[in-house]
Design a protein around this ligand. Structure first.
Ligand code: AMP
Ligand code: MG
Length: 343
């Protein structure tokens, strides 16, 4: 194994390739030096979703250049790096393998530690980049295309899930509703834009399941939107796409805001963070800010570009693991799914 002397502010290269973005970023401690991204989203949009084979090929074509750009824009030579952090899961296997293999080559060639990062922990770590003084304990709202959960991070290496979705993730619900409203993929930003022109006047079902105080279900909400639209069309009645978007958006997001604040009250956390693609939503950001202000909670929201997939958050989680001295063997494999909390 390599000689390892931990540094206070290590230079860490982060690489992310779990879905359709090839991303690389360099941090020094919590300072972000560069943040690069190449996306195959435009190609994927033609298919209404992510085609794994297209994603893998696009990563293979882009990864070299994106990493080179990240180093160049950071003003860093690869020999100066202290560690390389890379997403090893969850995600599309072929896509993950491109970034992971590339990172292994870097780690082996330079004799620096490899840090395999769980993508979801990356979303949680994005807030660290926003506020250099942020430390646990804090409560996090995780809202992405694959996950919706409220988590309590007690220490850097320990978090627990208070509750979450029992079926669809909130981002998935946004994407499905976007389809019903004939909006392009990925639907979240388009639903948000349309909702701005409408009013939340269409009745929506309750989201909360009684099993646990924090468990929600998005499949009923999605079905209600589909039924509403189909019924209106069948009867030939006029209906407003913008009102449906606004009604869905507030039903889907208000519950998350409410439960986040309740989670903070229950755990006694004074600080709230958030992560995941849906946290790029302006309505959600405004509601969280307003409610945290009213209840005296400190809110640290990652920049919008660090809510959707990016490599800066992977480097940030890499720093957490680096400080804990947790490194990965070169034999680490890509994983299509990783449980939210490993038991
Ligand atoms: P992630 O799984 O974290 O990569 O996030 C992707 C998900 O975030 C997709 O389901 C998107 O539709 C959703 N998303 C991105 N931007 C927004 C937005 N502005 N409003 C709502 N959802 C969004
Ligand atoms: Mg993601």
């Amino acid at each position: 194994m390599m000689n390892f002397t931990p540094k206070q502010s290590p230079l860490i290269l982060g690489i992310e390739s779990s879905c359709d973005e090839t991303a690389a970023a360099v941090i020094r401690g919590r300072e972000l030096l560069s943040d690069e991204i190449a996306s195959s989203a435009a190609t994927q949009a033609k298919f209404g979703g992510v085609v794994p084979e297209i994603a893998s090929r696009a990563h293979a074509e882009a990864v070299d250049e994106v990493v080179a750009r990240a180093l160049r824009n950071a003003g860093v030579k690869k020999e100066e790096l202290d560690a390389v952090a890379v997403t090893y899961g969850a995600g599309l296997l072929g896509a993950l393998l491109v970034g992971l293999s590339f990172a292994k080559g870097f780690s082996y060639g330079l004799g620096i530690p490899l840090i395999g990062v769980d993508h979801i922990r990356g979303h949680l770590a994005a807030a660290y980049l926003e506020d250099a003084s942020l430390e646990p304990p804090f409560l996090t709202l995780l809202a992405s295309g694959g996950h919706t959960a409220i988590l309590y991070t007690e220490r850097a290496d320990a978090f627990r899930v208070l509750g979450g979705t029992l079926d669809d993730a909130v981002g998935e619900a946004f994407d499905k509703v976007a389809r019903v409203l004939s909006l392009p993929y990925p639907g979240g930003p388009h639903v948000e834009a349309l909702a701005r022109e409408g009013r939340a006047v269409v009745p929506m079902p309750k989201m909360l399941k009684s099993r646990g105080g924090y468990d929600f279900s998005y499949s009923g909400l999605k079905t209600a939107v589909i039924n509403y639209v189909h019924t209106k069309e069948q009867k030939g009645e006029a209906w407003s796409r913008a009102d449906v978007a606004a009604s869905f958006q507030s039903a889907a997001l208000d519950i998350l805001v409410q439960k986040t604040v309740e989670g903070a009250r229950e755990t006694g956390a004074k600080m709230v963070t958030a992560g995941g693609g849906v946290v790029a939503n302006g309505y959600l950001r405004e509601r969280l800010a307003a409610v945290c202000k009213e209840t005296g909670l400190r809110l640290v929201l990652p920049a919008k570009k660090h809510c959707t997939d990016n490599a800066a958050m992977i480097a940030a989680e890499g720093l957490v693991q680096y400080r804990l001295g947790r490194f990965s063997p070169l034999t680490i494999n890509a994983e299509a799914s990783i449980p939210l909390v490993r038991g």
